[in-house]
Each structure stands twice: as C-alpha cells, then as structure tokens.
Write a protein that binds this ligand. Structure first.
Ligand code: SAM
Length: 249
C-alpha cells in the first residue's frame, strides 16, 4: 500500500477533532463545491427505494448521512458512525438544524469494530473515510458483516489522476497549494499535508476494487470521477452460502 503513514486511531481521531470546526468550509472550498456532487453519486449508486436503513461509516460532520436522506428514493433511516467526538458534535448540530435527528442516529465508534449486529443494515457507504483507517481490510470485512445479503455498498475516496499534464498540475495543487490553504484556514499544522500524503500511499482504482473482491463483495466497480481525482467504488454483498464457498478472507 505504499509509504507507511501513522494512522493509529488516537492520532487520526485527534487530528479530525482539531479541524472539526473548519472541516466543512475547507471541504467545500478545496473541492470547489464538487464534494456535494460526489456524495450524491455515492447515494445514487446504492439504488435505494426510500425504505432502507443505511450505515454511513466515518460520517464525520454528517454530509453523506444528510445526502442519504435528501433524495425521495433515499434512506428511511441512517446510522452515522465516527470515532471523532468533535466531528460528531458538528454533525449533530447540522441534523438538528435540518430536523433530521429522527432519521439519522449518530454513534461514536471505530470503523474496524462497527457496533452493529450482523446483517442489520440494507446498505452502507463511506465517503473519504476508508483511507484514514489503520486497517482498511478489517473495515471492509465489517461492512460485509453488517450489510444484509444482497445489499449494496458505495465508497468515495481520492485518487491521483494519471493523465499527462493534468496529472502534474493536479499533483502541484494537491501537494503545494492545498496543504498551505488548509493550514491557514484550519490552523492545524499538518492535517492538510497528511491529506495528499495519505492519498499518495493508498491504493486507488483497480487496486482498491480488488480489495472489495477479496473481502467477498461481488459486481464491484471502480469509477473515476473528474479524471481520477475521486473514485466511486460500488459492490454487492453476496449471500452467506456463496461467501462461505469463497473460503473466507
Ligand atoms: C475526511 S473525513 C470524511 C467525513 C465525511 N464522511 C465526509 O464525507 O465529509 C474522515 C472521517 O473518518 C473518521 N475516521 C477515520 N478513521 C476512523 C475509524 N477507524 N473509525 C471511525 N471513524 C474514523 C474521521 O474521524 C473523520 O471524521
């Protein structure tokens, strides 16, 4: 998986707690507002009907959970889980302002030990969270455990565009401009330098899609958006009998 970056849970949770107050502003600013569109794509990929219970793992300030409830064919209920208390506080405020507390429950928990029973949700999604988890395979296995047979998952994560010219320009923006803007606005010394470093060290595209396959998801796809700046990964949880025949992880 490339260069080793310290992703011990305490360190990552403390980093997100420290930037929680400016997280949304920076998200929208640094993505030029495209983050809303990316999350909408992740919601559509779940093919919900309006009756489902959906897990939003690594929910952060809750934007994906909110997007899941925005569409008529969205989720009936969402469970948003994150281990950073300050991020969850921001999420709770946003849900209150939108009167969504009745539909979205927030739980403090770790993505490698999801506090939900087996097969208890119809679908699950993670937006820009899996890259930060110390053991992403364990988290994918947790998604597989809590999603019912036949349920879908969708994940968003950053990639690195490889197109000549554009790739170099984007790398310059990502490695030079973004960390500086992030440092000034978030007032955090390293969080926005961690972002490009962690993206560079994480598998994207086919590499990550294969991890979904290895976990036992079927019909997996990796779709580049904005020429590979972000990838949308989708998969379906196979029925238990089929999974057993795969011989485990
Ligand atoms: C980049 S933010 C994404 C938040 C949100 N999903 C969004 O789209 O804006 C990553 C989030 O993942 C959470 N996170 C990272 N590792 C985690 C873990 N092991 N367990 C629970 N949450 C985790 C962080 O606390 C942070 O809130």
């Amino acid at each position: 998986m490339g260069r080793v970056i310290d992703k011990t849970p305490d360190r990552i949770a403390a980093m997100f707690d420290a930037i929680a107050a400016r997280y949304d502003l920076l998200n929208h600013l640094l993505s030029g507002g495209l983050d809303h569109w990316w999350r909408a794509r992740a919601v559509r990929a779940l093919r919900l009907t309006g009756n489902e219970t959906v897990l939003d793992l690594c929910t952060g300030t809750g934007d994906l959970a909110i997007a899941l409830c925005r569409r008529r064919e969205g989720a009936a209920r969402v469970v948003g889980i994150d281990f950073a208390a300050r991020m969850l506080e921001r999420a709770a405020r946003k849900l209150g302002a939108r009167r969504l507390n009745g539909r979205i429950g927030l739980v403090r928990g770790d993505a490698t030990r999801v506090p939900l029973p087996d097969g208890s949700v119809d679908a699950a999604a993670i937006a820009f969270g899996i890259r930060n988890v110390e053991d992403p395979r364990r988290t994918l296995a947790e998604l597989h455990r809590v999603v019912r047979s036949g349920g879908r998952i969708s994940l968003l994560e950053f990639g690195m565009p490889t197109l000549p010219g554009l790739g170099a320009l984007y790398r310059w923006y990502f490695r030079c401009v973004l960390p500086r803007v992030g440092r000034v606005i978030s007032r955090h010394g390293s969080a926005y330098a961690y972002l490009p470093a962690s993206v560079g060290a994480f598998p994207s595209g086919e590499g990550f899609r294969e991890l979904l396959d290895d976990t036992g998801f079927t019909a997996t796809t990796a779709t580049p958006m904005l020429l590979g700046v972000v990838y949308l990964y989708v998969g379906t949880r196979v029925a238990a009998a089929t999974r057993d025949s795969l011989g485990g992880l």
